[in-house]
Design a protein around this ligand. Structure first.
Ligand code: CA
Length: 229
């Protein structure tokens, strides 16, 4: 029993994975192919991938957005949970990252569900809004460059339908946010956005301490003016 979230020790984490992780063989191999990459820490954890698949199915998501594809583990996780007519728009600035994941996407038969957009995500999302795609997505995963998190949040809030879900990664930023002297642009952006979302009456929210902290935001219908009482 506990009145707070319990600390995740190494032993407990090993138990957590061994007793609950479901990860298909192609995801295991993509994770392993990414492990050698110099920026492998940017990949989500396998239990978070499982949780995202769970959420995609729970919300009945057909149209998804991802900001920050990296080598495409999270992209493939979401694609695997989408129905046959589902699509994920995957935004990534660095094409060389996505080239690591693309053979695995094909092997899993998921490449047809993944609409990869190479470029600056803010510009890609602006173009989607300009072409009338607002209120038409069911799920968005924000995991791009942290200093633009506030921009991505507003763009996703426009693109996602009322009742749709936005998941924002690294909301706990490796625990660094407790250091109030930390003032780099990335830390500042995450800290600012966390508080903004807490106080945002346009959304329902819950910050989940999975992986590096996953902020879950459900877009409310317009003028619902909802805050937890
Ligand atoms: Ca991340």
């Amino acid at each position: 029993m506990s009145t707070r979230t319990i600390p995740m020790t190494d032993d407990l984490y090993a138990y957590y994975l061994s007793s609950s992780l479901r990860e298909s063989e192609v995801l295991v191999r993509l994770r392993e192919a990414t492990r050698a990459h110099p920026e492998a820490g940017m990949q989500i954890s396998p239990e978070q991938g499982q949780f995202m698949r769970f959420m995609v199915r729970l919300t009945g998501t057909v149209r998804a957005i991802e900001i920050g594809t990296y080598t495409g583990y999270s992209t493939l996780s979401v694609a695997l949970a989408l129905p046959d007519n589902g699509r994920i728009v995957a935004c990534e600035r660095r094409e060389e990252f996505t080239q690591i994941g693309q053979p695995f996407w094909r092997e899993a038969g998921m490449d047809g569900k993944i609409d990869l957009r190479i470029g600056k995500a803010a510009e890609t999302l602006d173009a989607m809004i300009a072409s009338g795609e607002q209120d038409s997505y069911d799920f968005a995963f924000i995991d791009g460059d942290k200093k633009n998190y506030g921009v991505y949040y507003e763009q996703c809030l426009t693109l996602v339908r009322a009742g749709g879900l936005i998941a924002i990664d690294n909301a706990l930023w490796s625990g660094r946010l407790v250091d109030e002297s930390l003032n780099d642009p990335a830390s500042r952006a995450i800290r600012t956005l966390n508080v903004k979302i807490r106080d945002d009456s346009r959304v329902d929210m819950s910050l989940l301490p999975i992986g590096d902290g996953l902020m879950l935001v459900r877009k409310l219908p317009e003028n619902s003016d909802f805050l937890e009482k």
